[in-house]
Write a protein that binds this ligand. Sequence first.
Ligand code: AMP
Ligand code: FES
Ligand code: ZN
Ligand code: ZN
Length: 315
Amino acid sequence: MRCRKCRAKASVHMRQHRLALCKEHYLEWIPEQTEKVIKRYSMFYPHQRILVAVSGGKDSLSLWDILTRLGYQAEGLYIDLGIDGSNQYSKRSRASAEDFARQRGLKLHIIDVKREYGHSMVDMAMETPRGRKKVCSLCGLLKRYVMNRFCIENAYDVLATGHNLDDEAATLLGNTLEWSTGYLIRQGPVLPASEGLAKKVKPLFKFYEKQVASYAFLRRISYITEDCPYAEGATSLFYKDVLNRLEEERPALKLSFYLNFLRAKEEGIFSAGEHTWLERLQRCPSCGQPTTSPTRCAFCLLIERAGQARRQHVN
Ligand code: AMP
Ligand code: FES
Ligand code: ZN
Ligand code: ZN
C-alpha cells in the first residue's frame, strides 16, 4: 500500500476512509483534520484559554499534543482518583501525564480528590447503595464535577476531553438502546456554556480509537496502556465490542452511525427538549454548582453519604 500524497510506503491504512498515508503525512493529516473539526463546530479560537482534561491515556495526551502543535494555548488538568488496584492505576496514569507535561514544558494542574474532598473516589462509591457495581458511573459524575468546577473557577474558555469516535459511538448505542432522551439531547462534540457550566468540546470525536493510537505511537507519546481496574465488565466495553464486530462487516459504520445522529440533531429531532433541560438547571444550595435537583447536587449528596458512613464506622 502506498501513501496517497507521496507514493512512499504507507504506515497507516484507513479502510473506512479508503486512505493510506506514510508516517510523515499521517502526522500532518491528524492535526489538519482536528483543525477542520474545531472550525466546523466553532469549538474555540486561537486567543482562547483551553483546559485539556488529561487522563494519562493515549487519547487525551494525543489531544494535548495536537492542540499544542496547532498553536493553541492549552493547559492540562489531571484528576487523581486514588485508584490503586494491582496495577497502581492512578499513580501510573498520573506519572504519564506529568512526564508528558514536563518533557514539553506544558502546565499541568493536578487535583487529588482525597486531599481536596476528604474521601477517595472509591471510598465515596462504596458508601452508596450498590456502590461496588457503580464505581464507574460515580467516577464519571465526580470527574465531570471536578473538571467543570476547575474550568469555571479558573476562567478557562473551554474544557476539551479526549473522547474518540469509539467512545462516542458506544455511548450513543447505549443511550439509544435505553432511549435516554436526556442524555441524547446533550450528547455531541460541543456542549455550549450555560450558567455555571463550562463549554465542553471533543475535538477528536471523528477519529477511530485505532487512529489515535497510531498517532500516539508515531509521535512516541508514552501513555498508560492498561485499563482502569473497575472498567472490567463495563457495559461501555461491551457496546464497543459489538460496534467493532459490526464495523468488521461494514467499514465506516461507526462513523456514519454517529455523524448521522449529529445530522438528525441538527435537523431538530430534539430541539424542543433541549430548552426544557437547560431551564431546569439551578444552583446547588450547598456548593453553588449547577444541578437539576432542588435540594443538593449529586456530588454533594455523594460527599454527604461518605461522611455519614465514616461517622457510623467510627461510632
Ligand atoms: P473516560 O471517561 O475514561 O473514557 O475518559 C474520557 C476523557 O475524560 C479522557 O479522554 C480525558 O479527556 C478525560 N479524563 C478521564 N479521566 C481523567 C482524569 N483522571 N483526569 C482528567 N481527565 C480525565
Ligand atoms: Fe473511573 Fe475507572 S477511571 S472507575
Ligand atoms: Zn506520504
Ligand atoms: Zn453541590
